[in-house]
Design a protein around this ligand. Structure first.
Ligand code: NAD
Length: 305
């Protein structure tokens, strides 16, 4: 994402260095990070322990995302580096989640593929979303927005979340265990952050517990789903389909079998990709970094130190 000029002006008090992490040589990266007090990055920049070691002066990391799995929080917390996020994208991601649910249930990929092959078929029947049981795994900012939209689509909504103090929502039921939710769901949608406890949360066992026509939606992070297990479950018809905005490896190999399955919709990680939302994210990230650099309290700082 290119920084537009009003954003550059916000950094007048400091020297600004722009680095392309993907293309910079190790020497250029080390030189750029050596004196860096603040970093503004997207979720595609891996700030692992080795990279953070190159930035001994670092006080703040402002990521243009709500996901923070690309940052080593143990190192950041240990060095008292403030990490901030941009929680201004929940509507955009929730919209895309509902779009994926409807695309898969109504078999829209097959319809669009038909048109591309010159076939005009009115006989391909999808399935209503009305009355379907939606399980949301993770009932945070995005999960709650998905629930509101799903209720408007007349779906039944239940949630599984590990937080004990979950604020209830009218019309939304909380399930006691993930297994309970998986067994009754027609649509399973993932909205947890990626961390060691959520990595491969949906695996062979989870897919075996689901109804054979249930569909899986992932707009969170690819690593939450064991993609090899998902591929097996789809190929062996243990589940009915999938809608994925995120994958374990992005971009996927061109011969990844998931891409060829007609009941699977894959999108290139575009959950927040609207002009309005990306602008709001960048504004938020710049304000976060400026606040941190001035030693002010930032309300979007993660509670890590
Ligand atoms: P959030 O922190 O508000 O919500 C996450 C919820 O998951 C919390 O309520 C938490 O208690 C719950 N959770 C954590 N571990 C769990 C577990 N093991 N089982 C059940 N629940 C668990 O975050 P959010 O703003 O709703 O965003 C969720 C995730 O969506 C982000 O972490 C990010 O990875 C992803 N995301 C993707 C895109 C995209 O472009 N596709 C865009 C934005 C965010």
């Amino acid at each position: 994402m290119a920084l537009a000029s009003p954003h550059l002006e916000r950094f007048d008090e400091w020297e600004l260095v722009v680095v392309d992490f993907a293309r910079a040589s190790p020497a250029d990266l080390a030189a750029a990070l050596k004196d860096a007090a603040g970093l503004l990055v997207t979720s595609h920049v891996a700030l692992d322990a080795a990279t953070l070691e190159l930035a001994p002066q670092l006080q703040a990391i402002s990521t243009v995302s709500v996901g923070f799995d690309h940052i080593d929080l143990t190192v950041a917390g240990g060095r008292a580096i403030t990490v901030t996020t941009t929680p201004v994208l929940s509507d955009a991601v929730a919209d895309l989640t509902i779009a994926l649910i409807i695309m898969v249930e109504r078999r829209l990929r097959e319809a669009v593929d038909d048109i591309g092959r010159g076939v005009w078929s009115t006989a391909r029947l999808g399935s209503d979303v009305r009355g379907k049981q939606l399980l949301l795994i993770g009932f945070g900012r995005i999960g709650r927005e998905v629930a509101a939209r799903a209720l408007a689509c007349k779906m039944q909504v239940c949630v599984f979340d590990v937080r004990p103090d979950l604020e209830p929502m009218a019309g939304v039921e909380r399930v006691a265990t993930l297994a309970d939710g998986l067994a009754r769901a027609d649509v399973v949608s993932v909205h947890v952050d990626l961390n060691p406890a959520t990595r491969h949360l949906l695996d062979d066992t989870a897919f075996a517990a689901m109804k054979p026509d249930a569909i899986v939606i992932n707009t969170a992070r690819g690593g939450v789903i064991d993609q090899a297990a998902l591929t097996r479950a789809l190929l062996e018809h243990h589940i009915g389909g999938a809608g994925l905005d995120v994958l374990e490896d992005e971009p996927p190999a061109p011969d990844d079998p998931l891409l060829a399955l007609p009941n699977v919709v894959v999108l290139p990680h575009i959950g927040s990709a609207t002009t309005e939302t990306r602008r709001a994210m960048l504004d938020c990230a710049v304000e976060n970094l400026v606040a941190c650099m001035r030693g002010e309290t930032c309300r979007h700082a993660l509670p890590i130190s």
